[in-house]
Design a protein around this ligand. Sequence first.
Ligand SMILES: CC(C)(COP(=O)(O)OP(=O)(O)OC[C@H]1O[C@@H](n2cnc3c(N)ncnc32)[C@H](O)[C@@H]1OP(=O)(O)O)[C@@H](O)C(=O)NCCC(=O)NCCS
Length: 342
Amino acid sequence: MSFAFGIGIGTQNNQGEWLEVYYQQPIMTPGKDLIDVVETALDYKGGNQAIDVKAEQLTRFANALRQLGQTDQAKLAEKAAESKRPVVVTVLATDDTASSTPEVYLKLHLISHRLAKPHSVKLDGIFGLLPNLAWTNEGAVDLNELPERQLQARIEGRTLEVKSVDKFPQMTDYVVPKGVRIADTARVRLGAYVGEGTTVMHEGFINFNAGTEGTSMIEGRISAGVMIGKGSDLGGGCSTMGTLSGGGNIIISVGENCLLGANAGIGIPLGDRCTVEAGLYITSGTKVNLLDDNNEQVEVIKARDLAGKNDLLFRRNSLTGAVECKTNKSAIELNEELHANN
Ligand SMILES: CC(C)(COP(=O)(O)OP(=O)(O)OC[C@H]1O[C@@H](n2cnc3c(N)ncnc32)[C@H](O)[C@@H]1OP(=O)(O)O)[C@@H](O)C(=O)NCCC(=O)NCCS
């Protein structure tokens, strides 16, 4: 059983190097019969390979796919045969470290199509394989070729709009998963996992290899590697600490039915039904006063010792400034109307 497969249409620069690839219908764990067809029709030699394919090969490939009963993939191959852009067929026999741009794009697609969960796909080394590009209203452009393209557009009476300059494109130019609302599409990168029932408001952000399990209201930032459980809300401008730059090794996550208040932040994973007061940033070394139900101090511990525990309310005492933790008596009930996506 192979790991993944996809027929992609992409962009190359003037040197013929891949810039990005769009896989409309990637497949997770494709069957042996499908891979056999790739072998026969496209001379696939096994292993992880991104095969550049020409129109006539695609027509043959489409016929073979149709005979196999892979109607959707056959239709896709037929359409790809007419593409004005280069076409690639990518087979990942295993989930090894990627070795080409088309391979990385296939992995990111698997996550955004909800075929694979964040952390379940090997993504190390991907930065070196993702070129920093100008994402324009005419697609991805190599930065070295941008001035020429801008001039050409002006000469032809058009403006080339550069929407972003980044290694990752916005997810919605590749896939819009079912049952989501995203107010500002630039804030969700390809490789994000946006669970069904999620609303991402304008201040919300979801990085690659991160996301939400299900119904959530996201008005804060979900850093790379962070997963948010069903029914949890991220308040306006709040922050979840990633592990990419100085955030430490602990993988941050939020359990179910939690609330991170506006401008709050977490550097520890939260269990279920936890609340963090608006404006309070808990890092793993933050010293916390544990309070009983009568607000009497029980002990002082570090926040990391509370990592993953359920039913906690964190607040900064407005009189003393000390960070306190109590049992969360009023786990949030999500506003049904606010969270209705469909
Ligand atoms: C932390 C939080 C959840 C506490 O809310 P709560 O549980 O409803 O608590 P209440 O405001 O009813 O206060 C309960 C008691 O604790 C006290 N209290 C609340 N916050 C306190 C603080 N930071 N320091 C000291 N006392 C505090 C209250 O004064 C009240 O005292 P009382 O029993 O003497 O009347 C709330 O302040 C909060 O930050 N919510 C986040 C909302 C948010 O940002 N949503 C996202 C929007 S985008």
